[in-house]
Design a protein around this ligand. Structure first.
Ligand SMILES: [Cu+2]
Length: 168
């Protein structure tokens, strides 16, 4: 009898513990879900390009954040350039010379943040059709493997814009 009672107590305590654990799991899941629903898909922040003379090339910088399933940036287009390419700057091996290579896909893992910044990845506006002056904005559209095209309003500025939400 006595051992029966003890066993029942133990089982009850176990189930209370399990319920408590489930509640913790549910509330944690709710926090994650609400964080995810705030932003979905791919977001683009702090897009800028330095002032560029007509006929020159302009490097566009921004920060990509992928809130959804793994994707890839596969290209870009713009009405102010003859063509638009994805480039990555790097130091030529064994030298201190910066070189640019064309990139045809940039992986965007789920939850990843990829910075396009001076000295690294950038979207190159090749042979811009008109002068790009400080204070104006130009339209650049990003193309993804899965995600719909994202139109980006790129501000022409000497330096990276600050004040917007941004983390490295
Ligand atoms: Cu380039």
């Amino acid at each position: 009898m006595e051992s029966d009672f003890r066993e029942r107590c133990y089982l009850e305590r176990q189930s209370v513990f399990t319920v408590k654990r489930m509640l913790v799991v549910i509330s944690v899941a709710t926090i994650f879900l609400s964080a995810c629903t705030a932003e979905e898909g791919v977001t683009v922040n702090n897009a800028w390009v330095r002032p560029t003379a007509q006929g020159d090339n302009g490097a566009v910088y921004f920060v990509l954040h992928n809130h959804s399933a793994a994707d890839e940036l596969v290209g870009a287009s713009s009405n102010v350039a003859e063509s638009v390419e994805i480039h990555e700057s790097s130091m030529a091996e064994g030298t201190d010379v910066m070189q640019m290579n064309q990139v045809f896909s940039v992986a965007l893992d789920r939850g990843s943040e990829v910075a396009f910044e001076p000295g690294g990845l950038h979207v190159m506006l090749v042979n811009v059709s008109r002068e790009l002056s400080v204070g104006e904005n130009v339209d650049v559209t990003l193309h993804f493997k899965n995600h719909a095209d994202i139109p980006v309003n790129v501000s022409v500025a000497e330096f990276e814009p600050t004040g917007e939400e941004h983390s490295h």
